[in-house]
Design a protein around this ligand. Sequence first.
Ligand code: BES
Ligand code: MN
Ligand code: ZN
Length: 523
Amino acid sequence: MKLWPIFAFCLLAQFASFNVLSDTKQNKTPTSFVFSQSMPKDGNLVLGIHANSELGSFGKEIDSRSNGGLTHAINATKFEAKPETSQLITAPKNSGFNQILLVGLGDKIKKLDNAQLHKIGGSAIQAAIKTFKNNIQMAFDLPIEQSANIAYGSKLGSYYFDKYYTDEERQKYQSTIQFITPEADNAKAFFKQNLDPVANAIWLSRDMSNEPANIIYPQSFVKRWKKHFKGLDNIKIKVLDEKDMLKKGMGAIYGVGRGSKRPPRMMIVEYMGGKRGDAPVALVGKGITFDTGGISIKGSNNMWNMKFDMSGAASAIGTIHALAGRNAKVNVVGIAALAENMPGANAQRPGDVVTSMSGKTIQIRSTDAEGRLVLADGVYYGDITYNPSLLVDLATLTGSASRALGKDYAAYFSRHDELAPLFIAMGKETGDEVWPLPLNDNHFKAIENDVADVMNSGPGAPGASAGAAFIGTFIRESTPWVHLDIAGVAWNEKSTPLKASPGSTSFGIQLLNGYIKEHFEDK
Ligand code: BES
Ligand code: MN
Ligand code: ZN
């Protein structure tokens, strides 16, 4: 009797038990641009104009083709050209175009900063997709860097997660955008070198966070990022599985992962684009691919949102992708501490004691305070393996941070006071804003425990600060360390100019890319 078909079936069935929907579909590829400096002849046009009928060279060309028709139309609609506003007009006769979407650039004398240019680009493309859908042509008579930043904002603003729509009409758009600007070659070069790699990394990270948890779990997170890193230089990827974790004594992340059929992973991506021997920056992200709360189970209201609980890990690895894409001259390592927090027969219980890689013991008070547990081993591993010049951890850690600061700021914590103004400033510059919350000795006292060295949550401990203190317990005090609690800002149910889909914001990539560029990169 032939047994192999039965054997093969059992093998397949084992995989099929959780790979019901396989990860073969792709979200659309990121928006791309063709830069040119000659005005298109027909179709529809998105046209940037300044206030007071300052038309710029492209507007003037349309005006002369149409015998003053553009000026006439602008005056007739009373369009004031304020930033982030637009106005659709029927294209003037003889201009060659069908419709023109006017996009406001504000007063010509006021120089727009990059964050404003991004929002203008994002809201322009969203309006353009809504009205024109495809074959979008945008003309902006702006200097090289400003044009490139408009394109960058358009790329972020055109992000949609619509891969699961089977009705093609529902898919928002699929297109390459014609971008017309006077110094097209230079704008293209600037864009490709500095901005496009960041926008690409943001698209990939958003996709990762927006995916449901039946598609992205620790192993598939690793697999997908590995694919995205193919072809980038100076990248080395290590992956620790549950056996490696046990060998290294990583009892904290192991304990979180043990309740799930999908085993935990630690993904380490080294990007060594800097000088040999320069200490790297370490970015460590909370990667809970789904947070049910575990045995301390959450209520069912909005539990579906907990597919975003790996957003810190997606931003940490995404930042490495952005830096590698820019060929940045810097050493950085990204660490994703990945686990699925499930209540299962083998799950850990409240009251259990686990031993972390650092040797410190932890009493589990709530299995729902799992992010700090996976990070305990993640940050310790990063700190002792790499002696980083700066260690930043990112985590959707507490509801408390999100209630305190809402959608505008990530909560910022550090023991190194001199870093706060630098991070606040970079937040303003990049749009990924942060605001400091306190971290003092009382917060460390609040997590002391009578059974083990520390506990993962405690009565009376202020939520966000106690979480920060817990993570800090596993990092040497001499290591410059910043904790970003991104629970409030990692996703947003509303669309914004920089994100057309509700869902992931990829918070942190712009902030850390900017911070590393300013403070660590060799120019
Ligand atoms: N992933 C959650 C935090 C969270 C809550 C993020 C809501 C975004 C929205 C985290 O693992 C958690 O459950 N935190 C608990 C900690 C508590 C048990 C100490 C919280 O904030 O309630
Ligand atoms: Mn939790
Ligand atoms: Zn969580």
